[in-house]
Write a protein that binds this ligand. Structure first.
Ligand code: AMP
Ligand code: MG
Length: 521
């Protein structure tokens, strides 16, 4: 099996001279060399065929012993030097100091078809950044990461990818609900893939230590390697870089809002400098539309990372990145201008996105109100976001408001709630919506088609991932592949998968893993 390695990060940037995994503060270095731990009985349980191709491997190679050894850490590819990155981060609004790849080990970068892909094993053992933790990952969270990163990509949401999901054959101790009941679980490794895994926190750590040299090296490296369109020089180069990161972050978050994805842990160490969704932990998908919802039990009190707050947190995190890059610029004005631009752009782009969800082509003044009113009424009674928007595309210009309401009925969790006042509100919203549709020049069919490539039919609902996890724990991996395959085409009608176009079943409402999740992984 041949992989076309072409490392830059661990060649052009500064290595930690110490090569043990002793937990420590690593100074003046961008990374530390580490070797993945050899798993006792590795087995690959799922491979993303798309990613195999992207990295230049055939299906047969994906089933080979060599492949298994590389993606589980049993072997290190010849002439490569795996490493863990040093980064810091703001966690839940507070500076947390050095964090770093505590259980992620970068294998290196490969080039295939002119694209650069970094390969990273998550759960392959301790590094100098593991702090008090074990460097491992469990099967349940690895299934969630593997499936969701691929699903997000196919939804059109920028994301890190996943090449493979493997068992290590080792057991890992976890207190899943943080309630004093630790138990052994199956250990797993995901081989993640992205152009780069650099995070906001990689910049913050050097700024916090006033290590301008390392900060500058990292910024120059990142711009040259990943933002090669930036041609400015001097301090303008860092400003242009910041603006580009800001645009990408904003775009990613608008996509999250579009599909109803809640990341759950938007700490600055979990924000990719490339604007990719990264670090799938206690994430979740809105079922009932609710701006106040977060899947993360650790954030139950403040709900800092709730659905409706994600756009603001994106901005907050960009402030932290600006503070770090300020050290290279010495003038805060250009950063302030950029951050103001985020606020304006967000309002514009959000409305643009919501128009597309509603099938509105023209840009009319009243649209903002129609969107606002819809968001309010969606929250009044529990309404499944995915099903609502999918069914909305069946509404026609000539429908009566009451007919339109009937068409979306299946998205309400308690149909009996849609009486009197709530019903009247819906009728008046549909009146406005249908009036608005009549101003459009496109016909019903065109509109339906345009809406159905924006509003997915299938998303990875929490209970679906949990069903795949329950089966996998019993050694049955079929559902992982079924969901993977279905989620490759989330906007298509798939007759054989109609059963997944359904509201969350009642049994899943409070079941662990189906509604809320802890950070334990
Ligand atoms: P997260 O909240 O998962 O993004 O992780 C925050 C920090 O904790 C990162 O530095 C991770 O590498 C580290 N971390 C999380 N889980 C583990 C683990 N099981 N072993 C070592 N480090 C971990
Ligand atoms: Mg993380």
């Amino acid at each position: 099996m041949r992989l076309n390695f072409d490392d830059t990060f661990n060649k052009e940037l500064r290595a930690d001279p110490i090569i043990t995994t002793d937990r420590r503060q690593v100074q003046n270095a961008h990374y530390s060399f580490v070797t993945p731990r050899i798993p006792s009985k590795p087995s690959v349980i799922h491979v993303s065929d798309d990613m195999l191709q992207m990295v230049g491997l055939t299906k047969e190679e994906g089933q080979s012993e060599d492949f298994k050894n590389i993606v589980t850490g049993a072997d290190v590819y010849p002439q490569t030097s795996p490493y863990a990155m040093c980064y810091g981060g703001h966690q839940f609004g507070h500076w947390a100091g050095q964090l770093g790849d505590g259980r992620a080990i970068n294998l290196g970068e490969i080039i295939h078809n002119n694209a650069r892909w970094a390969l990273q094993l998550k759960g392959a053992g301790v590094t100098p950044y593991s702090r008090s933790a074990d460097g491992f990952a469990v099967l349940r969270s690895s299934i969630r990461e593997h499936l969701c990163s691929e699903a997000m990509h196919h939804l059109g949401v920028p994301s890190t990818r996943s090449l493979s999901l493997s068992l290590t054959g080792d057991q890992v101790m976890r207190d899943m609900m943080y309630d004093g009941h630790p138990a052994l679980e199956k250990g797993a490794v995901v081989c993640r893939v992205a152009p780069s895994f650099i995070r906001f926190g990689n910049f913050e750590i050097f700024a916090s230590r006033k290590d301008t040299t390392s900060l500058k090296q990292l910024a120059n490296y990142t711009i040259e390697t990943y933002f090669s369109k930036i041609s400015s020089t001097g301090t303008a180069r860092y400003i242009d870089f910041f603006n580009e990161v800001l645009d990408r972050t904003l775009e990613m978050i608008i996509h999250w809002q579009r599909v109803g994805f809640v990341h759950g842990v938007m700490n600055t160490d979990n924000l990719s400098i490339l604007g990719l969704t990264i670090d799938y932990g206690p994430y979740g998908w809105l079922e009932g539309y609710d701006k106040g919802w977060t899947p993360n039990t650790t954030d139950k009190q403040n709900k800092r990372y709730r659905y409706g707050n994600q756009p603001y947190i994106g901005l907050w995190n960009l402030y932290q990145l600006a503070n770090a890059l300020y050290l290279l610029v010495g003038d805060s004005k250009p950063f302030e201008l950029a951050l103001d631009r985020y606020k304006n752009q967000y309002t514009i782009k959000y409305l643009e996105m919501m128009r597309s969800k509603l099938g509105l082509n023209l840009q009319l003044k009243e649209d903002a109100r129609i969107v606002d009113e819809l968001e309010n009424i969606l929250e009044v009674s529990e309404t499944d976001m995915t099903i609502f928007f999918r069914l909305l595309s069946t509404v026609q210009k000539e429908d009566l408001p009451s007919q339109a309401l009937t068409k979306v009925m299946a998205s309400f969790y308690r149909v009996d709630e849609i009486q009197d006042r709530i019903k009247a509100n819906w009728i008046s919203w549909f009146e406005a919506y249908i009036d608005r549709l009549q101003l459009e020049t496109i016909d019903d069919e065109e509109r339906q088609n345009s809406m159905n490539i924006i509003n997915p039919k299938y998303v990875l609902r929490n209970y679906m991932a949990q069903l795949a996890i329950d089966d996998a724990n019993k050694g049955d991996y079929k559902l992982i592949d079924d969901l993977y395959t279905m989620l490759r085409n989330p906007y298509d009608e798939q007759k054989e998968n109609e059963k997944w176009f359904a509201k969350r079943p009642d049994w899943a409402r409070y079941k662990v893993g189906c509604s809320m999740l802890s950070c334990s992984s």
